[in-house]
Design a protein around this ligand. Structure first.
Ligand code: 5AD
Length: 370
C-alpha cells in the first residue's frame, strides 16, 4: 500500500469533499487501500470475530407507507401476519441452543397499545427464560420516548432505527407527504433512543433514486457526528409493488449500488473504529458473495434469519430477498464457513456489545461523578 494512501486513510475526517472523492475514486490502488485499511482497522479495534444476531421478523403489519418498502400499509396484496409469543420464544430457544448470543426482533411499525404491550411481554419472557443471556435488539420503528423506555425496562438493550437518508429533501421524496413521515421526528426518535440508554443503531439505503454521492458522504459524517454505536446500511432494492420502483430518476445500476455500499462500510470503519457494522442482507440480493466482501472490508455483524420459514415470504421489503427457504440451522452453518472465508471466525455465545457503546457509557458515568 502506498504510504500516502495509508496516511490519507488514517487521517480521514468527516470532510465531505474527501469522502465524496473516496466514494467515487477510479484509482483501483486507492480503492483496494480503502478496503485493506478498513479490514486492518477493524481487526485492531474490534477483532476479527464476527457477531451473530438471529433475526426474527415478528410481523409485517405496518402503519407506515414508505414509498420504497414492500410491506408498506398501502401494499394491499401482502398477506399480513404476526408471530405468536410462543413462536418468538421458540425462535429465541433456537438461537440459544445454537449459541447465538443475541437476537433482533424486527417488525413493521405499529404504535397501538396491544402491540406495545405484546413486545414488552415478549421481552420479559425472553429475559426470564434465558437468564438475561440473550441480548435483544429491537427494530420496531418510531415510537414515543415513553415506549422506548418501557421496552428498555422490559429487557431490550439495543435499538435499530434507520434514518434512511440524512438529506431531509430526499427523505421527503421517498416518503408520503402526509405529515406522518417527518425527518425531524425520525431524528428526534434517534436522539430519544440515545438519551434513554439504548445501544443506538441507525443506517441508510444506498443508491436511492435522486441520491447524490455528496449525500452519502454527508450520511457518513452524520454517523460520526451523532456518535452512533451501530450501523446497518445496504443497497436500495426495488420492489415491484412500491411506487418508487417506477421512478425515472434511478441512476445507479445494481453493481454500482453494491460497490458504493462496500465503500460506505469501509469508510465508516475508518471513521468509527470501534462501532458494530452489519453486513446487511440486502447486499446478498445483488451478489451472493457480497456479505463476505462486507466482512472483509470492515463489517463485524451478521444477522442470520431465524424466522419460521412459513412467514419468510411475507416479509419482503424488496424483491429477491435471499434465504427465503434456508432454515436457521443451515444458515448458521453456512455463516460459520463464510466467516472463515472472510478471514475471521464466528463469535458464538457472545452478545457482542459495541465497544463504542461501552466506552460512551463509561465516559458518561465519569462525567456524572465529576
Ligand atoms: N430496499 C432496501 N432496503 C429497504 N428497506 C426497506 N425497503 C427497502 C428496499 N426497498 C430497509 C429500510 C428499513 C429497513 C428495515 O429495511 O432501510 O429501515
Amino acid at each position: 500500500m502506498k504510504s500516502y494512501h495509508k496516511y490519507l486513510l488514517n487521517n480521514i475526517g468527516s470532510d465531505r469533499e474527501t469522502l465524496t472523492e473516496l466514494l467515487t475514486t477510479k484509482d483501483t490502488e486507492l480503492r483496494n487501500a480503502i478496503f485493506g485499511e478498513a479490514e486492518l482497522v477493524r481487526n485492531l479495534n474490534v477483532g476479527n470475530y464476527f457477531y451473530f444476531r438471529g433475526l426474527i421478523e415478528f410481523s409485517n403489519k405496518c402503519v407506515r407507507d414508505c414509498l420504497y418498502c414492500g410491506i408498506r400499509a398501502n401494499c394491499k396484496s401482502v398477506y399480513r401476519y404476526e408471530m405468536t409469543e410462543e413462536e418468538v420464544l421458540n425462535a429465541v430457544d433456537f438461537a440459544w441452543k445454537h449459541n447465538l448470543g443475541s437476537v433482533v426482533i424486527q417488525s413493521g411499525e405499529r404504535n397501538d397499545k396491544e402491540f406495545i404491550l405484546k413486545i414488552a411481554r415478549i421481552l420479559n419472557l425472553i429475559r426470564k427464560r434465558t437468564n438475561d443471556e440473550i441480548k435483544v435488539t429491537l427494530s420496531c420503528g418510531e415510537q414515543t420516548e415513553e415506549t422506548f423506555r418501557y421496552w428498555l425496562e422490559s429487557g431490550a438493550s439495543r435499538y435499530l432505527l434507520r434514518i434512511e437518508t440524512t438529506n431531509s429533501n430526499l427523505f421527503r421524496k421517498i416518503h408520503p407527504c402526509d405529515g406522518k413521515h417527518l425527518f425531524s421526528t425520525r431524528l428526534q426518535a434517534l436522539e430519544n433512543l440515545k438519551k434513554t440508554g439504548y445501544q443506538t443503531g441507525t443506517g441508510v439505503m444506498i443508491g436511492l433514486p435522486g441520491q447524490s454521492i455528496e449525500m452519502l458522504a454527508s450520511d457518513l459524517a452524520f454517523f460520526k457526528n451523532f456518535n452512533v454505536d451501530m450501523v446497518g446500511m445496504g443497497p436500495y432494492l426495488e420492489h415491484n409493488e412500491s411506487p418508487m420502483t417506477s421512478s425515472s430518476e434511478q441512476k445507479y445500476n445494481p453493481s454500482e449500488r453494491l460497490e458504493l455500499s462496500l465503500r460506505m462500510i469501509a469508510l465508516l470503519r475508518l471513521l468509527m473504529k470501534n462501532i458494530n457494522i452489519a453486513a446487511s442482507t440486502a447486499l446478498q440480493s445483488i451478489d451472493p458473495e457480497a456479505r463476505v466482501e462486507a466482512l472483509k472490508c470492515g463489517a463485524n455483524v451478521i444477522m442470520p434469519n431465524i424466522t419460521p420459514l412459513k412467514y419468510r415470504y411475507y416479509y419482503q421489503l424488496y424483491e429477491n430477498k435471499p434465504g427465503m427457504n434456508i432454515d436457521g440451522a443451515e444458515n448458521i452453518a453456512y455463516w460459520n464457513t463464510q466467516m472463515q472465508k472472510a478471514g475471521g471466525f464466528p463469535a458464538f455465545k457472545l452478545s457482542g456489545d459495541p465497544k463504542h457503546f461501552l466506552l460512551r457509557k463509561q465516559r458518561t458515568q465519569i462525567a456524572l461523578q465529576d
